[in-house]
Design a protein. Structure first.
Length: 571
């Protein structure tokens, strides 16, 4: 009986325990599920955060680049394109193989990227992810994949490619990491290149890659020969203001802009301002003639001795003729003394008015955002008027000088420069700065400078070149550095009906044995222009013709009759 009575009690105890165990199990299961759910929420939140702060940036960049239109030169040659490319990267902390061996294999496959030490540094870097190569070809991806290292990863990525490498880099510019224009025309055209309404149509610049390559090549050659700090060059259409070429050295590669220094990124032609010396003298002559201050270029000016004005003395170069000079001779011999006398009669009001007409008091007129502000005199004393007439005491960009010369030779119309291709008949109206008659006289004088004066080495046979040299001491610390020059030659061709202005500028060139130690523009900048015109004239539609030239009969009687036509050195 005792046993029979005890069983129900035991059964009831076991049933209660089972209920308790089940309840406990349910509670544990619920807690586990809650913990699991919380973990999932954490993961989802983390993924969402990564997507918001990392993934979205990458996706936005890819989407932005994918929609960005191309940039081409005036003839349709590609300058900037959006392409699909491969990216090769590595997770350094997850590398399984021998890192030194892998580095050696990578260096053999990508020697332009770095040596074995460079790749080993990447493989041992204390980061979770780093790039090895961007814009990689499918063939390279296949070869790297064959190494068999699982920590090396590959991805398709849309990227901006500049197929001409460094050519025209400062005009083109480059992009931000997010795929927007950071500098150059990439920045100027940012909205237009991203506009869906454009249907991906490329934007044509005014640049001609053939001319761009020629002037960059000649400037680079001169920069090396004369050990110059930098150089700038421009080819400008005098009828439309189109920039056919814009060169700035040292340059950079927009495909690898992160490896460039601030000096390389600076556009010398639009951002840097210089005192451009005697290249201002034709502007002074044009001002004197056009305002009626001087009735005829045949009038003579005293250059027999230095000109003293107060405590200042204005000199000419050693060896220049110590006599009275006509206007053509002032330019041929590049006389500071005679130019100062002309400027003294012009006066500060007329001189300033001409400089303002030419835009010398404001930043250069062009689409680029990278523009320097000219150094305009704060007080126009008598000596200021005299010295600015030969390019001292006022500093402008090379582009502003090129635009001014275009106005001097094209009949007297100043137009803003542009890096966009201009359709026929759609050039900017511009503004008149001198009369057509004055422009004709200046063209004849500039031609004589190349035929008989300081611009002889800037000639290109058959192209009827006319121009003016300028050599000025570099401004430094509120004064001048006598050991450094800025050498410039600016010319136009063909002078009987000018089509193009060509400018070359060298910063701090040095003399050589071949130049007899001379470091003036006549020996270094002028030859750059002559060779550039000889290489590109026919490409620009100007056919060389030795039987044609501008009529200089009006000017010839104004010249000192020197049968030997001895070369003029000077400025």
């Amino acid at each position: 009986m005792t046993v029979l009575v005890a069983r129900p009690v035991a059964a009831r105890v076991s049933s209660g325990q089972r209920h308790a165990l089940v309840a406990t199990a349910h509670m544990r299961l619920m807690m586990l599920m809650l913990l699991f759910a919380a973990a999932i929420l954490v993961v989802i939140a983390r993924l969402a955060m990564l997507a918001a702060f990392a993934g979205s940036d990458a996706e936005t960049r890819v989407a932005t680049l994918a929609a960005r239109g191309d940039i081409v030169d005036r003839n349709g040659a590609p300058l900037a394109r959006t392409i699909d490319a491969w990216t090769i990267a590595v997770h350094p902390r997850e590398v399984l193989g021998d890192k030194m061996d892998i580095a050696a294999k990578l260096a053999a496959l990508m020697p332009d990227r770095g040596d074995r030490a460079w790749f080993y540094g990447r493989l041992t870097k204390d980061v979770s992810f780093t790039y090895l190569q961007r814009r990689a070809s499918p063939a390279l991806v296949e070869q790297v994949n064959a190494i068999g290292e699982p920590a090396i990863v590959f991805a398709r990525e849309t990227q901006r490619l500049y197929p001409q490498s460094t050519l025209g880099a400062h005009a083109l510019g480059y992009l931000t990491r997010e795929g927007h224009g950071m500098a150059g025309m990439e920045r100027v055209l940012d909205e237009r290149l991203l506009d869906p309404a454009s249907n991906g149509a490329p934007v044509a610049l005014s640049i001609d890659t053939r001319v761009q390559a020629a002037i960059e090549s000649e400037l680079g050659r001169a920069m090396t020969t004369f050990s110059a700090r930098g150089a700038g060059g421009i080819v400008l259409d005098v009828r439309t203001g189109e920039v056919i070429a814009m060169a700035s050295l040292p340059t950079f590669n927009p495909n690898r802009v992160g490896m460039s220094s601030p000096e390389e990124l600076r556009n010398v032609t639009t951002q840097s301002v210089f005192e451009l010396g005697s290249t201002f003298k034709p502007i002074a002559m044009a001002t004197a003639l056009d305002t009626g201050v001087v009735a005829s270029p045949a009038r003579r000016w005293d250059a027999t001795h230095p000109l003293k004005v107060g405590r200042f003395t204005i000199h000419d170069e050693r060896g220049d003729p110590k006599r009275w000079l006509t206007m053509p001779e002032i330019l041929i011999y590049s006389s500071n003394v005679a130019t100062a006398r002309v400027a003294d009669e012009i006066g500060p009001e007329r001189m300033q008015a001409m400089f303002r007409k030419l835009g010398f008091d404001t930043k250069p007129d062009i689409e680029l955002r990278e523009k320097g502000r000219p150094l305009w005199p704060t007080y126009w004393a008598r000596t200021t008027t005299m010295t600015t007439a030969f390019g001292h005491g006022i500093a402008i960009t090379p582009l502003q000088l090129a635009s001014a010369y275009a106005a001097l030779v094209n009949g007297g119309i100043w137009r803003p420069a542009t890096l966009l291709k201009v359709a026929p008949g759609h050039a900017a109206a511009g503004r008149r700065v001198i009369s057509g008659a004055t422009s004709n006289q200046i063209r004849e004088m500039l031609r004589l400078v190349v035929m008989r004066g300081t611009g002889r080495k800037g000639d290109a046979p058959g192209y009827r070149v006319g121009g003016k040299t300028g050599t000025a001491e570099a401004a430094s610390g509120g004064g001048y550095d006598r050991s450094r020059n800025v050498a410039t030659f600016v010319a136009a061709f063909p002078m009987e009906a000018p089509r193009y202005v060509v400018l070359a500028m060298l910063d701090s060139p040095q003399g050589t044995k071949e130049t007899g130690g001379w470091k003036t523009a006549a020996y270094n900048a002028a030859p750059v222009v002559g060779r550039t015109i000889a290489r590109t004239g026919a490409l620009l539609g100007v056919i060389p013709d030795m039987s044609r030239d501008i009529n200089i009969d009006e000017m010839l009687p104004m010249l000192w009759q020197d049968p030997a036509h001895k070369p003029v050195t000077g400025q």
